[in-house]
Write a protein that binds this ligand. Sequence first.
Ligand code: PLP
Length: 424
Amino acid sequence: MSAEQGGRGLHPDTLAVGHGYDPSEAWGAAKPPIVLTSTFVYPSAQAAKDFHRAFFDGATEAEHGGPIPDGFIYSRLGHPNLDMVERRVAALDRAEDTACFNSGMSAVSTVALAFLRPGDSVVYSRPIYSGTDNLLHKVMVDFGVHVEGVIDACDAAQIRAAAEAALAKGPVALFMLESPANPTAAIVDIALVRRIADEIGVRQGRRPLISVDNTFLGPLLQNPAEHGADLTITSLTKYCGGHSDLLAGSVSGSKDLIGQLKSLRMILGNHMEPFTAWLMLRSLESLAVRTERACANALTVATFLRDHPKVASLTYVGFLPEGSPARAVYDRQCAGAGSTFSFAPHGGEAEAFRFLDQLKLLKNAVSLGGSETLICHPATTTHYSIPRERREASGITDATLRLSIGLEHPDDLIAEMARGLDAG
Ligand SMILES: *Cc1c(COP(=O)(O)O)cnc(C)c1O
């Protein structure tokens, strides 16, 4: 049963609860077992040969003269919990297939290694997750990949200018996008990038692939594929995991592209392991209710901050000005504003630090998308390794604070923030 066939017609909330696991596969257990084994016993020598043929050659039914027996071989190649979670994430991303990894960066890095070759160019939206920024600027450049950034990816002229600069250095193999961006909430017009990628494809004889890091909104609030993306990347560590207790990542797309990622994953050995996959299955069951509550809380907190005299700026995407290009893209592309955004108190680092250090309920930590509210100072933490010039050009100042609003009662969050702002 493919993810698509299995998921047809059901709402995402429903798919998130049970899709990908059939109790009849495991003694009728209502919930999936965790299959902790590194290797699998073949039923016969011929079965072993068939399994390998199915896995490595993708032997077709026609070639085989009937259904190809396939089974698990060794856990680095695939294991039952990985299959279950991949079916479920594929259904939520409305994709043919999904590959799951042991972290979000593992997913991003495998996309870069699979689809970029020496001499190629990559165009990325700025700012991009700092790990991805480091991957492109510190690792991929040493492999001979040219890297070009674009700040306003709702603006056709800016995207074209970046694409031309990239094309002058080498064929554009990949647009690596992230929307909304971290921590500025900059929006990328995915459909516009797709049109420009199509134009470049005609000129260079190969359409660049488009990947979108969907971590900030997750599968229920944005579906990049619907707007022309080939690959949807998610750090499952964040909203999908939802409890700040695991690291995981996924990439969804066509069977062909995901097949290439799975082949590379087998070589790199960066698959998601059974216990994490099991935790993910459990976490996804509550994704819809967690998303709804976190979004509602975030709107309440963002409204409080917007109206507070000690707050200099706020990047909540729900408040993008009506009539702006970013607003139009947001309305078309997103089903909600998520719960991660930034604000800046008046002043600089000293004012931001003073505010942070009096907090107790809000925890000063990096990461986002957990049940608890987290806050951090990007310039000195998440974006510490990004050169000041690139950081400031993409809107991260010395006063910027990033918030990931969790599931607490919003009045408690607001009361604590009000005390801090009023004292500052
Ligand atoms: C956290 C994050 C990643 C990396 O995920 P890890 O699971 O920490 O490796 C990638 N992209 C975005 C937008 C993120 O927030």
